[in-house]
Design a binder for this molecule. Structure first.
Ligand SMILES: [Zn+2]
Length: 342
């Protein structure tokens, strides 16, 4: 029996074909219509319906490029199941280079949303009803917030033997964070419906970081293989090593001032180690930011200006710190050009 067409926002996509669909989301107050751009790739064979989406935070654009490369990849020509690719969810924020919606709300705190609610709530409800609710699995692509950068990492709620845990491991980046669910996030909403979901966090807002994009594309393809949507790779069956962190915390600016970092992304740090120094512009007063645990720097500020209390270094803790350090080092040697080749 032939597979049924896939329907999204009133458009029917035949098996073995793909379609770009503009899902109407709102109008600008100029009268211009606004759409969420979606591409559906509907395989001939049945299988999972995977949603891959970027820029739910409008300034987190590495995911936009990950989706573009994914859609251009020859690997997805013989797809089992269905791929729903959404490069830009928060189209308002993307146009304005901002994380937020025009009402200053964070779309990723608005789920499940409601048709009668705020702008954020309405956009969340529409995205959910038209797009996300069709998915059996979700990968949500993020970066650090403005002026902050993240070591490529997967965040998911890991339960032993769960499909989410298998997806997280298959993604193949060095750090997996068993992260708390944020209320109102797409991840919390999907999890509440029993849909396996993971978040990929890599690089900085408003940047294209190749070391975040390339492993992101590979990670999504690996998850698709693990889900049986793509044929197994002939080259490499095992994903690169990943370690699950058993917690993380931010080291914060002790005083207001100008930051000189003394560590870098992906570095292993020891409890008590100086991560950076904050000083006033004259150097009259100066204070150190100290690591409060052994761990790996998985996120940090790229802006050397800090107010007291500002989050500057995100340190993840591991039971197997040695293994985590090795996983990060081998990842970085794969994806970061050596200084002499720059
Ligand atoms: Zn984000």
């Amino acid at each position: 029996m032939a597979r049924a067409p896939f329907e999204l926002a009133g458009v029917r996509v035949a098996p073995g074909s793909r379609a770009q669909i503009d899902v109407p989301i709102a109008k600008l107050y100029t009268h211009a219509p606004l759409h969420i751009p979606v591409e559906v790739v509907h395989g001939r064979q049945p299988g999972p319906v995977l949603l891959v989406c970027g820029a739910i935070h409008g300034d987190e654009i590495n995911g936009v490029e990950i989706v573009r490369r994914l859609l251009r990849s020859s690997a997805i020509r013989r797809l089992r199941g269905t791929l729903i690719a959404v490069p830009i969810v928060n189209v308002f924020g993307f146009v304005q280079h901002t994380r937020y919606l025009p009402d200053r709300r964070d779309l990723n705190r608005c789920f499940p949303g409601s048709e009668a609610g705020s702008l954020g709530s309405r956009v969340a409800a529409l995205f959910r009803e038209q797009i996300a609710d069709q998915a059996t699995h979700i990968i949500d692509l993020h970066t650090g917030a403005i002026h902050r950068t993240n070591l490529p990492q997967v965040r998911a709620q890991l339960q032993q033997g769960s499909e989410t845990a298998a997806m997280a491991e298959a993604f193949g980046v060095p750090v997996i964070l068993n992260a708390e669910l944020r209320e109102g996030s797409l991840r919390a909403y999907a999890q509440s419906r029993g849909v396996p979901v993971l978040t990929y966090e890599a690089g900085e807002a408003l940047r294209f970081d190749e070391w975040a994009i390339a492993p992101g594309v590979r990670g999504v393809l690996r998850v698709m293989r693990q889900l049986g949507m793509l044929a197994a790779s002939r080259r490499r069956s095992q994903p690169p090593a990943a370690e699950v962190a058993n917690g993380s915390s931010w080291a914060r600016a002790p005083i207001d001032g100008i930051l000189r970092p003394r560590t870098r992304l992906g570095a292993r740090v020891a409890k008590g180690q100086i991560l950076g120094v904050v000083a006033d512009p004259f150097g009259n007063s100066e204070d150190e930011i100290v690591a409060n645990a052994d761990g790996i720097v998985i996120g940090m500020s790229n802006l050397p200006l800090a107010n007291e209390g500002e989050a500057l270094f995100h340190v993840a803790r591991f039971d197997a710190i040695e293994e985590a350090e090795n996983a990060v080092e081998s990842f970085q040697s794969d994806y970061e050009p050596a200084p002499e080749t720059l």
